[in-house]
Design a protein around this ligand. Structure first.
Ligand SMILES: [Zn+2]
Length: 106
């Protein structure tokens, strides 16, 4: 059966190709070059959480420094804190109501 041999050859070739593909992918998860000399090199950075423009990695808070972004970030932080409080308070109230019910009922 020559057909079987052909198939085996094909499988071997496919396995070989897969191996080579893996080696290529090992360079980086994003596929972007890691050396600064490359044209497509992108330096490590993060983005302003408001307007998404690139900023320094160490920037804290992660905003670009524009007044508009600062205000937006501050209001978001306030909202986040409010939500955090609510997340703790709501179950607390529920547990309290449950306990009260047991105390009143029993
Ligand atoms: Zn910004």
């Amino acid at each position: 059966m020559a057909n079987k041999e052909k198939l085996a050859d094909q499988i071997r070739a496919n396995a070989e190709m897969a191996k080579r593909g893996e080696q290529k992918r090992k360079g980086g998860k994003t596929g972007l070059p890691k050396s600064a000399s490359s044209n497509a090199y992108v330096a490590p950075h993060r983005h302003c959480t408001v307007c998404q423009c690139p900023i320094s990695l160490k920037r804290d808070p992660p905003i670009c420094g524009e007044t508009k972004c600062e205000e937006e970030y501050a209001s978001r932080e306030r909202q986040r804190k409010r939500w955090n409080i609510l997340l703790y308070v709501a179950p607390g109230i529920m547990v309290g109501a449950f306990a009260l019910q047991i105390v009143m009922g029993g």
